[in-house]
Design a binder for this molecule. Structure first.
Ligand code: ATP
Ligand code: ZN
Length: 210
């Protein structure tokens, strides 16, 4: 039996469940349960907050997980990734108030930037020799400039309409993300074999979708 952690409820949940079902794996799911066992494959599904998934897989509490690369890299655990899954594509971008002057990332020198991704943003700015004050907040990042908390933000963007609605414009793409399959690094031979079967099915599903 192998244990897979997926997001309990959010932007990854539906596509994660669909992928498992399209692999021909049947299970009962109910919104209040924290785990389910598949009826026709040696798989147990755990439902967690996405932020908790990388750590649980690193520790081996779960053998496998489905999570956004943004969360995986922010957690400092990129080496757990074994395969891109092609859904939940989004980007982490820098944005400034629409009227603010902006030519290049050097304009952020000494500025206050609000983000939920201090690790990824910190690395991006360091590589470009920019020193800024990062304010880590966990939600509603896009309102930070209008309440005077920051001169810029770095947040997940998919269409850009949330930014526009808050009077912001996107100026740099910091990171591109999609959902990925991650795995614990020390698995038994038996679990490795189940993982191989699961990956074989997932790849077949993706080929069929193209
Ligand atoms: P949780 O309650 O599990 O912590 P959350 O609020 O942190 O959830 P969601 O908003 O559900 O997270 O997003 C989960 C993941 O989906 C993100 O980390 C990112 O990889 C991806 N994602 C976020 N926004 C979008 C979007 N607009 N379009 C596509 N994918 C997105
Ligand atoms: Zn989260």
């Amino acid at each position: 039996m192998i244990r897979l952690a997926i997001q309990k409820s959010g932007r990854l949940s539906e596509d994660s469940l669909n992928l498992i079902r399209e692999c021909g794996i049947s299970f009962l799911s109910s919104s209040y349960k924290l785990k389910t066992e598949a009826t026709n494959f040696p798989l147990e599904i755990l439902y967690l907050r996405d932020d908790d998934i990388p750590g649980y897989v690193q520790d081996g509490v779960a053998d496998l997980g489905i999570v956004g690369q943004n969360v995986l890299v922010e957690a400092g655990l990129p080496h757990l990734e074994i395969e891109g899954l092609g859904f939940s594509k989004c980007r982490l971008s820098l944005a400034v108030p629409r009227a603010a002057a902006y030519d290049s990332v050097a304009d952020l020198q000494g500025k206050n930037i609000a983000t939920s991704y201090p690790e990824i943003l910190g690395a991006y700015l360091r590589e470009r020799g920019v020193e800024a004050n990062l304010h880590t907040i966990s939600g509603s990042v896009e309102i930070a400039p209008s309440i005077g908390l920051a001169e810029a933000i770095c947040d997940i963007v998919s269409s850009g309409s949330t930014l526009l609605g808050n009077g912001l414009r996107e100026v740099e793409t910091v990171f591109r993300s999609e959902a990925v399959l991650i795995a614990h690094q020390k698995m038994s031979a038996e679990k490795k074999e189940i993982l191989e079967q699961l990956q074989f099915r997932m790849q077949a599903v993706r080929r069929a979708r193209r």
